[in-house]
Design a protein. Structure first.
Length: 411
């Protein structure tokens, strides 16, 4: 499960995505420089191999550690892409390209939204989509993609090898097929009911994707700057009183629990405007307690790595069953606002130093709030038990540096 949204406002484009995955799936942020590739080079994706491009763009990606592909990313040309699981009635295959493989390939090969759509649909046509898309359980699904660059936004829903495309100035998506006969383009026919043909209604309802879609939809028209985009990614369902003490599957900022199988494990926001492109990266799970760090693409500091993610995750698990005090949330919001204001005036050549200063301030921020001093939330026993089991498995993941997937790499 995931939530992705993008807004074109004036001369700027804003993009944001939460990646909702299994809670023990380590998902660092990586920079890969542009490269000329050797003839005949192959990409070893999770379930199949496919040819590498002759040249690949520089990319910043959020990559689940057990796969080649990426959940979210942006490239040197300012193309942003987020993918999401779609619950469809198409036959599912154990082999093929995962949606994350397709996303990373599109970022590495395309320079614009239009080129990205073509890369995705061409790969889909040639290789199909398939394979278990989950970390430690079985979960097969089709994929949707939200693509944005400075010139516009496009939404691509794919079911099997079929697809439908919609363009717009403000688009939000949340794991549910929404395009019917209103798409701008189709692969197989014009103006047919794409949703009516392909939706798996029981799975869509069970994922509670429509509730999250409604949350981002309610704020979409009011998003006009990067702070409002980040706040949209921090939303909880109105019925959730304390996300660290109860099931949170219906929240944009998703929290694992006894009934919620997934957790928001990574998040990214991007601002493209007159001052170029600025990345705001969580580097960690649970946006509601996370500071988004500022980065410039041409001075990227590869610090939000595996060790960073693990350390941040350990802090967040100390919050489970606690009441996060108002002073924490207020200080987090004030710090984030100050960083955003400062980022607007930092010269390009000084931005790496600014990034490192924010990382130092972040360390001091969390050191000043010890979760063990927060009030006990009186959590349900089943909720705490689910997290206790997840913690045991997490230790195995960290110690063995293994992926614990439900299926083997290759048969």
């Amino acid at each position: 499960m995931c939530d992705t949204l993008s807004v074109k406002t004036g001369n700027a484009v804003l993009f944001g995505k939460n990646s909702d995955r299994r809670p023990n799936e380590i998902q660092p942020i990586e920079f890969h420089p542009a490269a000329d590739r050797a003839p005949g080079e192959m990409i070893h994706a999770r379930y199949i191999d496919f040819p590498q491009a002759a040249h690949t763009n520089a990319v910043v990606i959020c990559r689940p550690q057990w796969i080649w592909g990426a959940e979210i990313g942006v490239n040197e040309h300012g193309l942003c892409i987020g993918n999401e699981a779609l619950w469809s009635n198409t036959p599912k295959s154990d082999r093929g390209l995962m949606g994350m493989d397709i996303l990373r390939a599109a970022l590495e090969r395309a320079g614009s939204v239009d080129e990205g759509v073509k890369v995705i649909t061409d790969l889909l046509e040639q290789y199909g989509q398939g394979g278990n898309g989950a970390f430690d359980i079985e979960m097969h699904y089709d994929n949707a993609y939200l693509l944005a660059d400075r010139n516009g936004i496009a939404y691509l829903e794919t079911c099997g090898r079929d697809w439908a495309l919609k363009r717009g100035g403000r688009i939000n998506i949340s794991n549910c097929i929404v395009l019917g006969a209103d798409a701008d383009a189709y692969r197989s026919a014009s103006g047919f009911d794409f949703k009516g043909k392909y939706i798996d209604e029981p799975l869509t309802r069970r994922s509670r994707s429509r509730e999250r879609f409604a949350q981002t939809g309610r704020v979409l028209d009011s998003i006009g700057n990067i702070e409002e985009m980040i706040n949209a990614l921090r939303q909880h369902n109105d019925a959730v009183r304390n996300p660290f003490a109860e099931n949170g599957q219906a929240s944009v900022c998703m929290h694992f629990g006894d009934k919620a199988r997934n957790n928001t494990t990574q998040s990214m926001a991007v601002e493209i405007g007159d001052r170029g492109m600025t990345l705001w990266l969580a580097g960690a799970s649970q946006p509601c307690v996370t500071l988004y760090k500022p980065f410039k693409f041409n001075s990227f500091v590869n610090v939000l790595d595996r060790d960073y993610w693990i350390a941040a995750e350990r802090y967040r698990r100390r919050l489970v069953g606690r009441v996060v005090p108002a002073e924490f949330s207020e200080a987090l919001a004030e710090t984030q606002r100050r960083w955003i204001d400062r980022a607007r005036s930092v010269p390009e050549g000084d931005f790496e130093q600014f990034t490192r200063a924010c990382l130092e301030e972040e360390r001091a921020f969390y050191a000043g709030f010890e979760p063990e001093k927060f009030a006990d939330a009186g959590s349900d026993r089943d909720f705490l038990s689910a997290w206790a089991d997840a913690d045991v498995a997490f230790q195995r993941v960290v110690e063995r540096c293994a992926d614990f997937t439900a299926t083997s790499d290759r048969s």
